[in-house]
Ligand binder design. Structure first.
Ligand SMILES: [Zn+2]
Ligand SMILES: [Zn+2]
Length: 142
């Protein structure tokens, strides 16, 4: 790792730059106490990238505040043995169908068995179903 001094606009010197901290994959576990689908509250694990603990902490808390979630835990993915080989949804998911970013902790999953796609809305899910899996909306019950 290389460090260098950088002179900022106000003349203060700061050591190192953001480039020196590698981006790590982090996992966070949230609880949604007011879940619409799970009356007793629901628990989610999401993954995101952060450069170091403080950035991760910030991301985790900002998101919890915005979404009214409780933080159960968060840590670097590489130190989470049980989850290493799992594909965990991103904290900010892209809708598989319309490509929009969405923050919903309970995204609409594809109703087709074995498909990992997630959607921002039921409409997108139904569009994807009929396009990708040739399933008509009427036969889907969620
Ligand atoms: Zn969508
Ligand atoms: Zn699908």
């Amino acid at each position: 790792m290389k460090y260098y001094e950088k002179v900022t606009g106000n003349g203060k010197k700061s050591i190192a730059s953001d480039d020196d901290i590698p981006l790590e994959k982090w996992l966070v576990c949230y609880r949604n106490p007011a879940s619409k689908r799970h009356p007793g509250g629901s628990v989610f694990i999401r993954q995101f990238y952060a450069a170091g603990f403080y950035e991760a902490y910030d991301t985790v808390l900002t998101y919890a505040e915005n979404m009214n979630m409780e933080v159960m835990w968060f840590r670097e993915k590489r130190s989470c043995e049980p989850f290493l080989n799992y594909d965990i949804p991103e904290l900010e998911s892209l809708c598989t169908y319309c490509n929009k970013k969405f923050n919903d902790l309970e995204p609409m999953p594809c109703a087709h068995e074995g498909c990992m796609a997630e959607f921002c809305s039921r409409q997108c899910m139904e569009n994807h179903l009929s396009l990708r899996h040739k399933v008509r909306g009427k036969s889907v019950h969620i």
